[in-house]
Design a protein around this ligand. Structure first.
Ligand code: AMP
Ligand code: ZN
Length: 114
C-alpha cells in the first residue's frame, strides 16, 4: 500500500529500529514509547484492521502471536508480564491503518484499563 507508513517500514523505505523480521511478520520499536519495552508487531501483508482479516489470514495471525511470544522472551518481560494492545478504529484511536499489536512491558501497568 503506497502511502502506508508501516508498509514503508517493512520495505525499508523509511528508517525504523527493527527487532524481528521474516517473510510474514515485522517487529520494531515504537517511535514514541509509553513503557520501557514498547514494540509494534505487524503482518507484512497490508491488512487495515481486525475487521479486514480474511479466512486465509488465520495462519498468519497464529504465526504473529508466536513471534510475539518469542519477542517477550527476547526482551525479558515474559515473566514480569506485558500488555498486548490492538487499537481498532476511531474509538480506540487507531492512528495507523495497518493492523499492529503493541507489546508493552517493563513496568506495572495501570489498572483498570480504559
Ligand atoms: P495506534 O494508535 O495503535 O495506531 O498506534 C500507532 C503507533 O505507531 C503509535 O504508538 C506511534 O508512536 C507509532 N508510530 C508511528 N509512526 C512510527 C514510526 N515511523 N516508527 C515507529 N513507530 C511509529
Ligand atoms: Zn500497510
Amino acid at each position: 500500500m503506497p502511502d502506508c507508513i508501516f508498509c514503508k517500514i517493512i520495505n525499508d523505505e523509511i528508517d525504523s529500529d527493527k527487532v524481528y523480521t521474516d517473510d510474514q511478520v515485522t517487529a520494531f520499536h515504537d517511535i514514541n514509547p509509553v513503557s520501557p519495552v514498547h514494540l509494534l508487531v505487524i503482518p507484512n501483508k497490508h491488512i487495515e484492521s481486525v475487521q479486514n482479516l480474511e479466512e486465509e489470514d488465520q495462519e498468519l495471525m497464529g504465526h504473529m502471536f508466536s513471534v510475539i511470544g518469542t519477542l517477550t522472551e527476547k526482551f525479558d518481560i515474559h515473566r514480569s508480564g506485558y500488555r498486548l494492545i490492538i487499537n481498532n478504529g476511531p474509538d480506540a484511536h487507531q492512528e495507523v491503518p495497518h493492523l499492529h499489536v503493541h507489546i508493552l512491558g517493563g513496568k506495572t501497568m495501570e489498572h483498570p484499563m480504559g
